[in-house]
Each structure stands twice: as C-alpha cells, then as structure tokens.
Design a protein around this ligand. Sequence first.
Ligand code: ATP
Ligand code: MG
Length: 568
Amino acid sequence: MFFSKLLIPTLREFPSDVDVASAKLMIKSGMIRKLASGFYEFLPLGLKVLRKVESIIRYEMSIIGGQEIILPLVFPKSLWTETGRWNIYGKELFRLKDRKDTEFCLAPTAEEIIVDLVRKDVKSYRQLPLMLYQFGAKFRDEIRPRFGVMRSREFLMKDAYSFHTDELDLEKYYQIVFDAYKNICVKCGLKFCVVESASGPIGGSLSHEFMILADNGETEIAWCRCGYGATTEKAECLKVESCKEKLHTLEEVFTPSVSTIEDTVKFLNLSPKKFVKTMIYIADGNPVAVLARGDHEINEAKLQTLLEANEVMLADEQTVISITNAPTGFTGPIGLRDVNIVADLSVIEILNAVCGANKKDYHVKNVNYKRDYNVNIVADVRKVVSGDICPRCKEEELKFLRGIEVGHIFKLSTKYSKLMNATYLDTKGKENLIFMGCYGLGVTRIVAAAIEQFHDDSGIMWPDNIAPFEVLIVPLNYYDDRTREVTEKIYRELSSKGLDVLVDDRDERPGVKFKDADLIGIPYRITIGRRYLTVGNVEFKARRDSKDNVKFLKPEEVVARILKIFKK
Ligand code: ATP
Ligand code: MG
C-alpha cells in the first residue's frame, strides 16, 4: 500500500486533552479520532491493527471449537428483566425506546440474549457442549470515559459463551479457554499475567482477569512469588493477630466532635490497629453494620459477594442516626439492634479495642469481642494492604503491580440458566439446567494496551504480529527512477509472501518521513537513499533498535532477512 493513497492523518503535536500515552499516540499517528466523549472513529491504520488482533483471537477461538455468530446491538428490555439486570446494570446501560414506546438497551454484554437463543434451539445433551462467540460493539455509559479507547463508551469486544451438561465439563472447558486466552496474549506480543478476580455484575463463582502489565493500569494486582495473583478487589486477606494482653474494663470516653478515625486516633493517642471502625451499609435495601480494623478499609466487592447482594452502598446520615441513635462517626457494635453485624476476620482479634459508643461525642475503650459485643458473620471483608501475607503460601508478603484488564473469563455455572430456565434433556430424558461459562476480550483495549506497553518518546513500537504493516519502505526520493524501481521490487517480493508492506511514496522531506515512521511504529524499516544510488545498499532498521543500529544491506539481503524474521 502507498502512504499517499491512505488516510493516515498524522499530527505534528500531541493532542492536549488526552490523558495517557496510548491515546495520545493513537490520535497523533492517525489511528483514531474522537467523535465525542468515549466515542472514537477508527481510521485505516487503526482498523488494520484492530483486524490483526481480531484474527489472532478468531483463530484461537475456532481451534477450541468456537462457532462465530453475530448478535444485534440493540436488545429488548424483556430479556433483561428476566434476570433482573435491567435494574442492576444501573446507569451504565444505554436505554432507548422505539416509536411504539417499547424499551431496549444497547448491548453492554450479551448473556441474556445468548441464553435466550440457546434455550430455544438447544434441547438435548447431544447438542452440548456448545461454544458461540462474536465480535461486536459494546456500549457502556461509563461514569468516566477516559484513556482513549481503553475506557470508552463504545468498544469492540469478543464475547464468547459456552454451554455444558454439567459442572465438570464446564470446568474442563474453562481451562481450555484460559489457555487459549494465554495464547492470544503471547501471539499479540504482550507482557501479561492472569489473576483471580471479582465477578462484578456478570456474576458466577470463579473468574480470572488477563492483565497487561503497565504502570498506569487502572487495576491493582497483588501477587506472590509462589504463583498467587489476584486483583486487589479480590485478593484474600488472612486474619491479622493482635498482641495478647490482659482484658480491661469497659470505659466510656468523652470525645467531643472527634468523629473520624484519624481524629480519634490522635485524640486518644492510640494506634489505629486498636480501633474498630463500624460502617452502616445498605445491602439491597437492608441495613448491615460492617466492622473493620481502624487501619483497614472495607472491600465493598467482597461484602457484596458475601451478602449475595446486587448492590451495597453506605447508608445516609438519617439511616445511621435511626439505627445507632448517633451521628456518623460514633457508631460501634455494642448494643446495636435490628441490624446484622459483619466483622472482618482481624476485628475480633483486637483486645481492649476502641469503638464508637452509639452516642454523640462518645467512644468506648477496652471493648472485647464476645464479652462486650457479638456479630452475625465473621468473614474476610477488607481490602488487602501492603504488609499482608500471601493467602496461598502463607509465608511471603504480597507484592503489588498495576495492570490493564484486557480479558475476563467467568464460570457462571447455572446462574443465568436458572433465572431464564435454559434446560436440556439428558440421556434418560430428564430435564436439567444448562451450565455456562462466559469469556470477554476487549479488542480495542488490547490495541491501546499494546501501545501502552511498547512505545518510546518518538512513537509506537508495534509487536510484529499486530503491527498495521510489517514493513515500511521509505524511498527518500520516490520520483527518482532507480529508487522507484528498487522500491517496487522489494515491495513485490515481500508482498507476494503475504507480508503487509507500506511504501512512503510521499513527496516529503526525509525528516518528516522518519518522524512519521517512528510515530506509526512499523516494526521494520527499509530506507532507500543516496547510498543505494552510489554503492547499491539500502538501510535496514528495526523500530525497537536504537537510532544508530542501522544495517546497510543489498536489496536481496534485506528481503531475505525480513522473510526469515517472519518465517516466510
Ligand atoms: P472494567 O473493570 O475495566 O470496567 P469490566 O469488568 O467491566 O472491565 P467485562 O465486563 O469483563 O469488563 O468486559 C470484558 C472486557 O471488555 C474487559 O476485560 C475489557 O477488556 C473490555 N472493556 C470493558 N469495559 C470497557 C470499556 N469501557 N472500554 C473498552 N474496553 C472495555
Ligand atoms: Mg466495567
């Protein structure tokens, strides 16, 4: 392909209103343009990368038996009410009405639609297992669209759904998809890790996220040398023992206007580890008191899973007063009635603790579990912190990293088939629920994450397999006959072997061409300049090599070298 014929509107300057390197580079290199907050146009160069990632994914999905389909982008509300997700999905769901006032939404994920399809067309164990997948736009009205196409409101997802006769078959297949996802990340040339994760609004019992390691990734990962890895939302916390000491008598202390943990810690001159923080939450409409140690934070994702709630949120001031008889900041577990109390594992270990007295301007000292208060549930409901020990090997301290989530796989079991009555007849003619897994990959996010991982100050450095073109030929003067001849010869020889080659045939200064070459990041560059006209050598340079690492080769040598790199 010829540069002059393609729409590659590179910019001289970085766009000023963009927050991360990948988004800046995608816009500057002419891959994408922003239409509105969270909505992007993919131009030819951007689309080429997207298609390459797509074809790597398609290959891996097809060899594990996936069958490609296309679902509509507009879904009827009726299916979403069957699972309750019309309400649960909240504001992230784009909703619309047709001219008859029938309600619809734009696809954010497609479990309901695919389960409906399967319950109509799959009747017998003979039709299982079954794996269906699609590449389709997804729409989510994200609170904060940002990072370009990494968190946009419309993005391309590969979503896949598998259906099984039983849990065991689902488990085996989950592992197969897990491995296919790893292959996809390897083939895309990415540095990644796989971690356990919380299932969020999609649900199910087990899920893993595929993370591209990047310093500005939105997800924090806790990991250990023993092989354990989890998002910090999911990472298990072991109980932290407290120092043993003699139990003292309960004592009420006057703490005027001291309502935050920090202020109380200062006022009483005690370690935050001695404090029991009590928060009133509302879980699907029911109040619940949640206790965590003063230096720990409550993990709402864990709380939600523990309570099997669709939504948990902090109670407002009025609710806190009606439950505790005191304003926020003075809540404690002693004497709390009419609410369930959940305590984090580490809370009940604290001896002679301090907590709110459920009375304005008062705290209580020397509070001890069982002697002074009881709870309904003791469980791990806090966020992991540095210094926590690995929950798997129980030896080393956890370490922390940041990553970009590109894929998420879920073992849903019968969550959706139960709600939507999706069944099959087994060998004995008995009706059973279908078991299900679902597997998402953010195709557009992979493109951005790859740039996040592979760029320098001058531009993108594409991994070979997902580069928009594999080779860039830069004739410094395309209109010189000998230069043009050799350019076209190299172009033909590489293209005929299936390589994607771009020729910069523009009538531009060499400086402009080199700048754009570095910006666009095509992995291998062949420059045809004066040296070719004098001694017959062309320049060969890999984008990832340093500026002065240029090799001078005969045209046939450069062709042979590139064919070898791509194993052609
Ligand atoms: P996140 O926690 O980042 O919001 P999610 O858990 O909501 O992601 P899933 O519902 O599991 O994401 O979607 C599958 C994949 O789709 C994600 O792994 C991610 O790669 C991609 N994805 C999700 N939301 C967006 C978005 N707003 N923009 C681009 N890609 C997205
Ligand atoms: Mg999300």
